[in-house]
Design a protein around this ligand. Structure first.
Ligand code: UD1
Ligand code: UDP
Length: 378
């Protein structure tokens, strides 16, 4: 039996690694070792609880307002101790977070092979998103097997001289997580309980009133970018009093501060706590438009047929833009207002973007990852 360490630090890593952990657990060729670094706390445990993942190691490193360097320092020591106690045959890291970078680096230092899930995403601008573009390039240099979600991601790696034999196109595991949760919602009849829980917090049922769903947390938007985003939401909430702007606010104090300060008194802006993944999916299913700077949300919303406006100048996920369901609007007040307004008033423009597309996968990415691991680990 081969042991595979699965590193999980933040909310999106937990969502995207949960199906991989499930697939490894279901396969008696493998023993998964789940290492929760605790880069996130509440937002991580929300997901681990939902997917019923009990970590084998819980490093609980998060500190409020942590800097990138202090987090990296704490993580490299804590992860090295785990690798010494419980050395795996291979380490799997996901995406572009500090956990992914340090999980990869500490494994590399111990001569443990690294598998990179969601490999090959690039904006080709080192500073956006920051520091994620740097993290994923760094992980890519010390990776033995690259699990690229799309053929475009594979091409990016080949362009950088990565050996094609080490790249496998799998689809994105976020679609596995999404399909799995939608299926559970149906089979467990969870929908009405989830709608009730959301109604209690929002003051209206997501089925009953039109709303725009907002998320925003990127570091490069801190400061001026968030002023623009909040300014746009404030203006939109005045122009569209018949709509609500539902914003589950990321727990980072650099996000909480400006968002509550600027939008806290707008009656039709609902600033709510981060939702569990199953509640967030219900919010996505019923909203009119998604306004976000998130990576994962850009991948999920097209599968649900929701138009996505991305508050960034570029994206490492061009497939949604090419499919016509995602548009880049920058962290720019006027462009955000104009783009949301167009979708809310122009039915043709709306219909043009609101098409269900699955450019990021078919729900079987985790299975492909596990089969490749079986092949290379023998
Ligand atoms: C991190 C990732 C980012 C990812 C995002 C997902 C890095 C460098 N950044 O950014 O790529 O898109 O997670 O959400 O890895 N906090 C809490 N409770 C939580 C989570 C966060 O209080 O459950 C607060 C803490 O004050 C913490 C701060 O948020 O110090 C920042 O967390 P951190 O993981 O350093 O950065 P994110 O901005 O969340
Ligand atoms: N998400 C969630 N609850 C929320 C907001 C988002 O479960 O209140 C999910 C969302 O569906 C997506 C993931 O969190 O799968 C995205 O995480 P985040 O935006 O924090 O990080 P990113 O994807 O930008 O790295």
């Amino acid at each position: 039996m081969r042991s595979v360490a699965v590193f999980i630090g933040t909310r999106p890593e937990a969502i995207k690694m949960a199906p991989v952990v499930e697939a490894l657990r279901a396969d008696d060729r493998f023993r998964p070792i789940v290492v929760a670094t605790g880069q996130h706390r509440e937002m991580l445990h929300q997901v681990l609880d939902l997917f019923e993942i009990e970590p084998d190691h819980d490093l609980a490193v998060m500190q409020p307002g942590q800097t990138l360097a202090s987090l990296t320092g704490r993580l490299v020591t804590a992860i090295d101790e785990v690798l010494e106690q419980d050395p795996p045959d291979l380490s799997l890291v996901q995406g572009d977070t500090t956990t992914a970078f340090v999980g990869g680096l500490a494994s590399f230092y111990r001569g443990i092979r690294v598998g990179h899930v969601e490999a090959g995403l690039r904006t080709d601008d080192l500073m956006t998103p920051f520091p994620e573009e740097g993290n994923r390039r760094l992980v890519g240099r010390i990776t033995s097997v690259h699990f690229a979600p799309t053929t475009g991601a594979r091409q990016n790696l080949l362009r950088e001289g990565v050996d094609p034999e080490t790249v496998v196109v799998t689809g994105n595991t976020v679609i596995d997580a999404l399909f799995r949760q939608l299926e559970l919602q149906r089979s467990r009849n969870r929908t009405s309980a989830l709608l009730e829980a959301l109604t209690a917090d929002l003051g209206f049922s997501p089925e009953a009133k039109p709303y725009v769903l907002v998320t925003g947390h990127r570091r490069e938007n801190f400061g001026a970018g968030f002023e623009e985003i909040c300014g746009a939401l404030s203006e939109l909430s005045r122009r569209f009093e018949d709509h609500t702007f539902v914003y589950p606010v990321h727990l980072n104090p650099r996000v909480q501060g400006p968002v509550h300060e600027t939008l806290g008194d707008r009656p039709n802006v609902k600033l709510i706590a981060p939702r569990s993944y199953e509640e967030f999916l219900v919010l996505m299913q019923h909203c009119r438009v998604v306004l976000t700077d998130s990576g994962g949300v850009q991948e999920e919303a097209p599968s649900l047929g929701k138009p996505v406006l991305v508050m960034r100048e570029n994206t490492e996920r061009p497939e949604g833009v090419e499919a016509g369901t995602v548009r880049l609007v920058g962290a720019d007040r006027d462009r955000i207002v104009a783009a949301v307004e167009e979708l809310l008033v122009d039915e043709d423009a709306y219909a043009e973007m609101a098409r269900a597309e699955n450019p990021y996968g078919d729900g079987k990415a985790s299975q492909r990852i596990v089969e490749e691991l079986a092949r290379i680990l023998g």
